[in-house]
Design a protein around this ligand. Structure first.
Ligand SMILES: [Ca+2]
Ligand SMILES: [Ca+2]
Length: 80
């Protein structure tokens, strides 16, 4: 019984690893679009408030200092 549970957990882990490797770039875009409530391709400080991490690093992410995090600025965050 215990062995079956371990096996199931291992299967779940490898499935999650596969999904993570393939969908990493897509996940970034989906999150950006989800945060960009008014769909102007920029995340304002108000929109960023929905994501605690983004909100905390907003100033650092807004590399050109225009008060908005663009898609490019948002994408750059995962690289650094
Ligand atoms: Ca927006
Ligand atoms: Ca900006």
């Amino acid at each position: 019984m215990k062995r079956l549970i371990t096996l199931s957990a291992a299967c779940l882990l490898s499935a999650a690893a596969l999904a993570g490797g393939e969908g990493a770039a897509k996940a970034t875009a989906a999150t950006f679009d989800a945060l960009d409530k008014n769909a102007d391709q920029q995340i304002s400080k108000t929109e960023a408030a929905a994501d605690k991490t983004l909100s905390e690093h907003f100033a650092a992410l807004d590399t050109n200092g225009d008060g908005y995090v663009s898609k490019a600025e948002y994408a750059a965050r995962s690289k650094s």
